[in-house]
Design a protein around this ligand. Structure first.
Ligand code: SF4
Length: 251
């Protein structure tokens, strides 16, 4: 039987997609972002909550009135949800059968060009209303330093989503001294504005809310001393990116 492996759930999320959302945080991620606030989701085979599609659909359905009233739905985040595509294909298909909006929140770190990946992704995409795609860094070398992996396959995936006309919101975590360089942000904006499917661009200001988890796991936290960007820095970054998509940024 198909199983999903979850780190946790949040029943009334408001920041990962439109409206009020039921959010599933999946277990397992291939990136190692220096600012990750969920390092306890990294290990693919760590003990986690095992769920079937029926169990999850039954858990989510009672929240449908909140989704309907707010324009919300279900978001699967991580960890990295694309590591669990066979489960998600069936889960999202069932949600759509119940007229529930579906959203994937991915960093695309595990994306590859194998026939198996493409087959599963194409099947999942048919039942996916919205993808929140993180672009951690537009510069490949800096992306490797920040996440442990290159960004080439992630940018290629962004282009593929554009070709597929898949609605996407792009998100970028702004870390002072790491992902706030003017030239990089301009380049990021040029890339995003070259895509045809991006409805919204969001900057997520860096924060330190997950640092205690690194300490509990015994993993050295390398961003000690890095402060959250202030409001002015966030506004400046939005200006550099200069997003020209459907949902305008209000500064
Ligand atoms: S992609 Fe997300 S879950 Fe994975 S390491 Fe980066 S921030 Fe953490």
């Amino acid at each position: 039987m198909l199983k999903g492996y979850l780190h946790s759930v949040e029943s009334m999320g408001t920041v990962d997609g439109p409206g009020i959302r039921y959010i599933l945080f999946t277990q397992g991620c291939l990136l190692r972002c220096l600012y990750c606030h969920n390092p306890d989701t990294w290990q693919v085979h760590a003990p986690s909550r095992e769920v079937t599609v029926d169990e999850m659909v039954n858990e989510v359905i009672p929240y449908k009135p909140y989704f309907d009233a707010s324009g919300g739905g279900v978001t699967v985040s991580g960890g990295e949800p694309l590591l669990q595509m066979p489960f998600l294909e069936v889960f999202f298909k069932e949600l759509k059968a119940n007229d529930i909006h579906t959203c994937l929140d991915t960093s695309a770190g595990c994306v590859n060009d194998t026939p198996a990946f493409n087959r599963h992704f194409d099947a999942l995409q048919k039942h996916t209303d919205l993808i929140l795609l993180d672009i951690k860094h537009i510069d490949n070398e800096k992306h490797i330093k920040l996440t442990g992996k290159p960004n080439t396959h992630i940018l290629k995936f962004a282009r593929k989503l554009s070709d597929m006309k898949q609605p996407v919101w792009i998100r970028h975590v702004l870390v002072p001294g790491i992902s706030d360089d003017k030239a990089d942000l301009i380049k990021l904006g040029e890339f995003i504005n070259s895509l045809d499917n991006v409805e919204k661009f969001e900057i997520l200001p860096y924060h330190q809310l997950g640092v205690h988890k690194w300490k509990n796991l015994g993993i050295p936290y390398q961003l000690d001393g890095v402060e959250a960007p202030d409001e002015e820095a966030v506004k400046t970054a939005y200006r550099y990116v200069n997003f020209k998509g459907k949902i305008p940024i209000t500064l």
